[in-house]
Design a protein around this ligand. Structure first.
Ligand code: KIV
Length: 271
């Protein structure tokens, strides 16, 4: 007799309980079925279908070119793999800024067509109407402040944000606003650790950091970076758990050699 163990799914409410208990939240990106399955089975709390797919999967220089339909394709592939994790999908550039009706339509399309559990949006007070309209439809929203890559042409560089008092103050205010609007969690990217900790302590929703130090409620990394599949950059905050670029490259070279030398396939590898 097989005993089917019911998997308890992660919910937005549970993440808030984790913050209350002081239990750290783990989050990683995924854009496809196979990777999402491995990550989910490893026990991750949240999977982010990030618009970093624009860089990692499509080779664009920025996150700006990825479309809503492309995000939905990635999100649907991830959703098919998931037993436990909460799946959050980035609303891509141009799908929510400056037009709350369009924002709601974009979020609804993601939820309907991919089966995702929540959306993430970059920005604070300037996207208030869009966030509130999406929340009013019952769609959970994760905020994102600090280095927001969709605004890269405004910032000019990918350097640490909010080092100056004025920007730090604005970030603190925006974090509070996002909590007041009803966002269930917040990502803080590449800001001083002390400011991130202060933010996490000043609001009750979970704060998940990337390059924001250890004083927040959880951590997120881009999976391809932490696996060492990408190797073009090495920001200080990135811990590489594997060097898959080298391992994969070695395997590919060996395969090429084996094919050329007629070593592959051998007698046991054919019918
Ligand atoms: O798109 C993404 O991968 C992200 C993370 C860096 C937080 O937004």
């Amino acid at each position: 007799m097989s005993v089917h163990k019911e998997v308890k799914k992660v919910t937005t409410h549970q993440l808030q309980e984790m913050k209350r208990r002081g239990e750290k939240i783990s989050m990683l990106t995924a854009y496809d079925y196979t990777m999402a399955k491995i990550i989910d089975h490893a026990g991750i709390d949240v999977i982010l279908v990030g618009d970093s797919a624009s860089n990692v999967m499509a080779g664009h220089e920025t996150t700006l070119p990825i479309t809503l339909d492309q995000m939905i394709y990635h999100a649907s592939s991830v959703i098919r793999a998931i037993d436990r994790a909460l799946v959050v999908v980035d609303l891509p550039f141009g799908s929510y800024q400056g037009n709350s009706k369009k924002a709601l339509e974009s979020a609804v399309q993601i939820m309907k067509e991919s089966g995702a559990h929540a959306v993430k949006m970059e920005g604070g007070r300037e996207i208030k109407d869009s966030i509130e309209r999406i929340l009013s439809a019952g769609i959970p929203v994760m905020g994102h402040l600090g280095l927001t890559p969709q605004s890269i042409y405004k910032f000019g560089t990918y350097t640490v944000r909010a080092k100056e008092e004025e920007e730090a103050q604005r970030l603190l205010e925006d974090a509070k606003l996002l909590e007041d609007f009803g966002c269930f969690a917040l990502v803080l990217e590449k800001i001083p650790a002390s400011l991130a900790e202060q933010t996490a302590k000043s609001i009750s929703i979970p704060v998940i950091g990337i390059g924001a130090g250890g004083g927040v409620d959880g951590q997120v990394l881009v999976t391809h970076d932490m696996l060492g599949m990408t190797h073009e950059f090495s920001p200080r905050f990135l811990r590489r758990y594997l060097n898959l670029y080298e391992s994969m490259s070695g395997a590919f070279q060996q395969y090429i050699k084996d094919v050329k030398s007629r070593d592959f396939p051998n007698d046991t590898e054919q019918y």
